[in-house]
Design a binder for this molecule. Structure first.
Ligand code: ATP
Ligand code: MG
Length: 555
């Protein structure tokens, strides 16, 4: 993380608070996911911000599951969220659940009823909406607004006891029906939901709304800086009102822009649809913007943290180019990934003047960016595989690869000269014939000969077969969520290309899920968990081409 950059506006607030002795200089943040899906890259930004702030200012961060909606939540999500935060490299102080505060939040509601600041409503959702007025005209009170404290206490206790059906009653705060902020016009505090909760079971049939759970949970935990996304700005007045009226610890809410990344969607609800309707193989499909998808795709925790750092924290919504994320992983893997040779679209190459049956061991450097990465041994023989695209029968002038009469270097081996080809009945090349120049062996080449191109290869008898999965953007549209109609109509039908038989260096058979390599000239790849001892499966994390740097160069 760069230390030179100036403070973001939230760090500035925290530094001011510390300087002014607010809360004795204590910093306690929280990350509050609702366990209704897997975390995505947008959550990573919130995690990096909350945990990063605490780290920077000697504070702590709680992990609080915002599990106030029984219908959509599940322990599978709780487990995946914890695993993802750990994987990103962060440690929470306490693991907490808003549902653990249900009793206390209920008592808070009773307090407000007693103060004449909350009442039990009989009106339906539609009737409430209709009586709220418009931003320019005040709302009109419903008959329930004038209920006595005693009646409200009785009705609220009976709501809890299960005497009413879903939707029959709600609890509303008595704030201000004329407020220009619609959220202050007697907002809902509780709704009835006869539903099983993944942690509290059937104990409750009334559940607090977000606005009467979030700030209260913050306050119960003594959270100092409660960070949320911009859409919660209009909720802040209510957040403060409840805390003031309840006379509880004054947590404060601060809003930052949510992360949007192009060519994907970033809402758990939409991501869930992709999973359930089988547009992808699961939450961890490498095309998904989820943390688990990015992990399977080959992204590292450091690259995601670096991305969040570069994105920064703003007060205005914007759209971030996916190229920035790709830039971050490319930059890291360039330093850390060992180079190997893999032929993705193989065609056979026979070296006519190389002795039958001879095998030579060639030394190959693992990573030119990192001397400590050492070297490995490659086997060279008469019959090799090269990429089909590295040969042209009638090459144009600037084609510096192989063709009849053209010279090219085989990486870590010899210079060869193209001779002839063999084709099948359809005219497809099945074998390329070439001759080698024995005096040009890499490492000991004193021939003085230079060639413009170097291509990769694998020895046919030594190579291992691999499946290689190439990914493209999941959506054709830059902002599928904002398109008219169904966002799924904008799915890219070519987002996955599977190569069933690629040939790779045999040592790659030993690759473990998560191992990362640079396939020379082809990109960065990682071993997929679908791999077996017989067949290794690779995911392409990112291509080598640095589209992002080019874009920046233009600017
Ligand atoms: P989604 O719409 O994807 O379900 P959410 O905001 O409902 O998102 P939560 O589980 O409630 O998801 O979010 C947990 C925390 O992560 C919240 O503080 C929320 O503001 C933050 N968060 C969610 N999405 C983003 C995003 N795209 N950028 C930054 N922060 C986000
Ligand atoms: Mg949410």
């Amino acid at each position: 993380m760069s230390e030179e950059r100036s403070l973001n506006f939230i760090e500035q607030i925290v530094e001011d608070d510390i300087a002014n002795g607010v809360n004795g200089g204590r910093v306690l943040t929280r990350f509050p996911p609702e366990p209704n899906g897997y975390l995505h890259i947008g959550h990573a930004k919130s995690i990096a911000l909350n945990f990063g702030l605490a780290q920077k200012y000697n504070g702590k961060t709680n992990l609080r599951f915002d599990d106030t909606n029984p219908v959509t939540e599940d322990t599978e999500y709780v487990d995946s969220i914890k695993a993802d935060i750990h994987w990103l490299g962060y440690e929470w102080d306490k693991e907490l659940y808003a549902s653990d505060y249900f009793e206390q939040i209920y008592e808070f509601a009773v307090t407000l009823i007693k103060k004449g600041l909350a009442y039990v409503e009989d009106a339906t959702a539609e009737e409430i909406a209709a009586s709220k007025g418009t931003p320019t005209t005040p709302g009109t009170p419903t008959p329930a607004r004038s209920r006595s404290v005693e009646e409200n206490l009785d009705l609220f206790a009976r709501m809890r006891a299960g005497e009413f059906k879903d939707g029959e009653k709600t609890l509303r705060a008595k704030v201000d029906l004329a407020s220009p902020n619609m959220h202050m016009r007697d907002p809902l505090m509780y709704r009835i939901k006869h539903a099983h909760h993944h942690r509290t079971g059937d104990k409750w049939c009334i559940y607090p709304m977000y606005d009467f759970a979030h700030g209260q949970s913050d306050s119960i935990e003594n959270i100092t800086h409660s960070l949320c996304t911009l859409e919660f700005i209009p909720h802040r007045a209510l957040y403060d009102w409840f805390i003031k009226e309840l006379e509880i610890f004054p947590s404060h809410q601060y809003e930052f822009s949510r992360l949007n990344v192009n060519y994907t969607v970033m809402s758990k609800r939409k991501l869930k649809q992709l999973v359930e309707e089988k547009y992808v193989t699961g939450w961890d499909d490498p095309r998904m913007p989820t943390i688990s998808g990015l992990r399977r795709r080959g992204y590292t925790p450091a690259s995601i943290r670096q991305f969040c750092e570069r994105v920064g924290v703003q007060k205005r919504d914007n759209m971030i180019d996916i190229g920035l994320l790709e830039f971050c992983i490319r930059e890291e893997l360039n330093k850390t990934a060992n180079r190997v040779m893999a032929v993705l679209d193989p065609v056979k190459l026979v070296i006519t003047n190389y002795p039958d049956g001879q095998v030579e061991e060639m030394a190959a450097e693992n990573n030119p960016e990192d001397a400590a990465a050492g070297s490995r041994t490659l086997h060279f023989s008469k019959t090799l595989y090269i990429e089909r695209e590295d040969f042209m029968e009638e090459p144009p002038k600037k084609f510096f690869r192989l063709g009849p009469g053209l010279h090219v270097r085989l990486k870590n081996a010899y210079i060869i000269k193209g001779e002839s080809v063999e084709k099948d009945a359809d005219g497809n090349i099945t074998t390329i014939y070439a001759s080698y120049l024995p005096e040009t062996k890499s490492g000991g080449d004193h021939s003085g000969m230079t060639v413009k191109g170097t291509i990769h290869w694998v020895s046919a008898e030594h190579a291992a077969t691999a499946e290689v999965r190439l990914y493209d953007r999941l959506f054709k549209s830059e902002n599928p969520g904002a398109e008219e109609g169904d966002f799924k109509d904008f799915i890219n039908p070519d987002s996955l290309q599977v190569i069933k038989e690629a040939y790779v260096e045999p040592a790659l058979l030993q690759g473990k899920p998560g191992d990362r390599f640079q396939f020379m000239r082809k990109g960065y790849f990682t071993v997929d968990p679908d791999s077996t001892p017989e067949k290794v499966v690779f995911n392409r994390t990112v291509t080598l081409k640095d589209a992002w740097a080019k874009e920046k160069g233009k600017a």
